[in-house]
Design a protein around this ligand. Structure first.
Ligand SMILES: Nc1ncnc2c1ncn2[C@@H]1O[C@H](COP(=O)(O)OP(=O)(O)OP(=O)(O)O)[C@@H](O)[C@H]1O
Ligand SMILES: [Mg+2]
Length: 241
């Protein structure tokens, strides 16, 4: 099972939307996928109508219960809990719980926009880091800082940067993307080819508590997440076991 942490220190960059919609598209492509909501805000759980479901992540970390089936066939979720910030930053509780998970090809861990214990646990255990990033000058500055922090925690962790809420018609967005392309050349990080456009269907899908592919299959947002799933399945060498 490939374990992917979805994280950026900056808030509102589309981390939870990416966990929701990439997860749905990976399942559609027949990869057995489990999502873990590590954020006390529980946006990911809400986006599947499972904000108050149990067992939640705190139970699961304490060996009580298995991931729950979402409304989408084949897609599983460990729902979040508001008390998540209290977990240990010393004992590797997430690693122990992940080792007990069987029968999945890929696990996407939705992290909060901070570097507290839940994120640290995810980064210690991840095979890869996926960083959704807005194409704005301030976001790029935050990205550089976040990347430095990660280096201290996990030297050599592969990082894929995903442009989210992308508005190619805006000069500032295009300039930021160009700057990012140059910056990435000097690093060992990868900029994914697929960019997720700013698309209201993605925001509506969260409110309607379903993936964008179910809310509006013909939308630009749904198409972009389908492309992203194809790109990462190949880049991450995912295999159906
Ligand atoms: N591509 C998009 N187009 C339009 N709206 C989007 C897009 N992606 C996300 N949003 C909206 O932006 C807001 C933040 O998205 P999301 O919750 O996925 O970000 P996040 O990085 O998980 O936030 P946080 O840091 O608070 O966990 C939500 O209201 C969501 O509906
Ligand atoms: Mg989130």
């Amino acid at each position: 099972m490939l374990k992917v942490a979805i994280w950026n220190l900056k808030g509102g960059t589309g981390k939870s939307s990416t966990a929701q919609n990439l997860g749905a598209e990976l399942v559609a492509a027949k990869f057995r996928t489990v999502l873990i909501d590590l954020d006390g805000q529980r946006t990911l759980s809400y986006s599947f109508g499972m904000e108050k479901s149990s067992p939640n992540v705190l139970d699961w970390l304490e060996r009580r219960g298995q991931p729950l089936l979402t409304g989408m066939d084949g897609l599983y979720l460990v729902p979040g809990d508001i008390g998540m910030f209290q977990i240990s930053s010393e004992e590797d509780v997430l690693g122990q719980a992940l080792a007990r998970l069987k029968g999945f090809d890929v696990c996407l861990m939705d992290c909060p926009p901070s570097l507290g214990a839940p994120t640290l646990q995810a980064i210690w255990n991840a095979d890869r880091l996926l960083m959704p990033t807005l194409m704005e000058p301030a976001s790029l500055k935050g990205l550089a800082e976040a990347v430095e922090l990660i280096k201290d925690e996990r030297q050599g962790l592969p990082v894929d940067i995903l442009r989210t809420r992308y508005k190619p018609r805006l000069r500032i967005s295009r300039d930021a993307a160009d700057q990012l392309i140059e910056g990435v050349k000097r690093s060992h990080y990868t900029l994914l080819k697929t960019a997720i456009p700013e698309n209201v269907a993605i925001a509506e899908a969260i409110a309607r508590q379903m993936p964008v592919s179910e809310h509006l299959a013909g939308s630009l947002g749904a198409a972009a997440y389908r492309d992203l799933a194809q790109e990462v399945a190949s880049r991450w060498k995912l295999s159906q076991s």
